[in-house]
Write a protein that binds this ligand. Structure first.
Ligand code: C2E
Ligand code: MG
Ligand code: MG
Ligand code: MG
Length: 283
C-alpha cells in the first residue's frame, strides 16, 4: 500500500518540479538576455532621521522590467543572479546609477542635502572579488560622490558567508570612507563576538521585528536589545518596514536613529523621489 502511495505522490510531484525547473531556466535565460539590453531601473526609498523627521538619504532598490512579465521583484531575481554570477553586473550598474543620482540631488538641494546619503545593496559575494577597492574608488571619483555619503548594505547572511576569512576587506573599504550597514539584521546568526570585530556603522533591523512590535511585547524587547547592542558597539540603527504611526512613535521612544518604510514612502522612481526631497516633508 505504501508503495502505491509513494508512486502516486511521485506522479503528482514530478511534473510540478519539472515545471519549476523550466520556469527557473526561462527566467535565467531572460536575465542573461536582459543584461545585454539593460532594462533595469533604480527605485529609491527615503530613509528618515527620526529625531529631525526629515529625509536624510535613500536606499537604491533595483527593478527589472521584463518584456512580458512586467516588473519582476528583486526577491525573485537577485537570488538567481547570485547563483549565476550575473549579480556582479547588476550591483555595479546600480551602484554607478545611484551615485550619479545622489550627486545630482546633492547639487540641486545643496543647502540641506550636502550630507544626503545613498544606501546601495551589495551582495556579500563581491567581498571576495579581486580589485573591489579600485573599482569602488573609481565609481566614487567618476561620480563625484564622497565615500562618507555612500552606505553599502550587506545582508547578515551574505556577510557571514563571505567574510569568514577575516575582516581585512571590510577594513580596506573603510579607507575609502565608505559606510557599511548590515541588512536584515536579526535574521542571521551573527555572534556578538563576530559583530564586534566587523567595522560596521549601521544595523538595519529586519522588518519582521518592526511589523510585530505593535501587538507582541517580545518584538519590542528584541528591538530594544538590538539597539542597546548597536549603541554599545557605536553603531546606529535603521528600522526597516515602518508602516504605522504607532510603530514610528515606539521607535522614537527607543531613540532609534532612522526609519524606512511604507509609512514614509514606498520605493519610487527618481522623479518622484526628487519631488519628495523638494517637498521637504516633515514627519
Ligand atoms: P532590502 O535591502 O531589505 O530592502 C528592503 C525591501 O523591503 C524592499 O523590497 C522594499 O521595497 C521593502 N519595504 C520597504 N519598506 C517596506 C514596508 O514598510 N513594508 C513592506 N512590506 N516592505 C517594505 P524590494 O525592493 O522588493 O527588495 C527586496 C530585496 O532585494 C532587498 O531587501 C535586497 O535584499 C534585494 N535587492 C534589491 N535591490 C538590490 C540590488 O541592487 N542589489 C542586491 N544585491 N540586492 C538588491
Ligand atoms: Mg537593503
Ligand atoms: Mg533590509
Ligand atoms: Mg529586508
Amino acid at each position: 500500500h505504501a508503495k502505491v502511495q509513494a508512486h502516486v505522490s511521485h506522479a503528482v510531484f514530478n511534473p510540478a518540479m519539472h515545471e519549476q525547473a523550466v520556469a527557473r531556466f526561462q527566467l535565467e535565460t531572460d536575465l542573461r538576455r536582459a543584461i545585454e539590453r539593460q532594462p533595469f531601473q533604480v527605485y529609491y526609498q527615503p530613509i528618515i532621521s527620526l529625531a529631525m523627521g526629515k529625509i536624510t538619504g535613500f536606499e537604491a532598490l533595483v527593478r527589472w522590467i521584463h518584456p512580458t512579465r512586467g516588473m519582476v521583484s528583486p526577491m525573485e531575481f537577485i537570488p538567481l543572479a547570485e547563483e549565476t554570477g550575473l549579480i556582479s553586473f547588476i550591483d555595479w550598474w546600480v551602484l554607478r546609477e545611484a551615485c550619479t543620482q545622489l550627486r545630482i540631488w546633492q547639487q540641486a538641494f545643496a543647502k540641506d542635502s550636502a550630507s544626503l546619503t545613498m544606501s546601495v545593496n551589495f551582495s556579500g559575494l563581491h567581498l571576495v572579488q579581486l580589485g573591489l577597492l579600485e573599482r569602488l574608488d573609481q565609481v566614487l571619483r567618476e561620480t563625484g560622490v564622497e565615500g562618507c555619503n555612500l552606505k553599502l548594505e550587506i545582508t547578515e547572511s551574505g556577510l557571514l558567508k563571505n567574510a569568514t576569512s577575516g575582516t581585512e576587506i571590510l577594513q580596506e573599504l573603510k579607507t575609502l570612507g565608505v559606510k557599511l550597514s548590515i541588512d536584515d539584521f536579526g535574521t542571521g546568526y551573527s555572534s556578538l563576538a563576530r559583530l564586534h570585530q566587523l567595522p560596521i556603522d549601521t544595523l538595519k533591523i529586519d522588518r519582521s521585528f518592526v511589523s510585530r512590535m505593535g501587538n507582541e511585547g517580545e518584538s519590542l524587547e528584541i528591538i530594544r536589545a538590538i539597539m542597546m547592542l548597536a549603541h554599545s558597539l557605536e553603531m546606529d540603527v535603521i528600522a526597516e518596514g515602518v508602516e504605522t504611526q504607532e510603530q514610528l512613535s515606539r521607535l522614537r521612544s527607543l531613540n532609534c536613529e532612522y526609519g524606512q518604510g511604507y509609512f514614509f514612502s514606498r520605493p519610487v522612481d527618481s522623479q518622484r523621489a526628487e519631488e519628495l526631497l523638494a517637498a521637504q516633508l516633515q514627519w
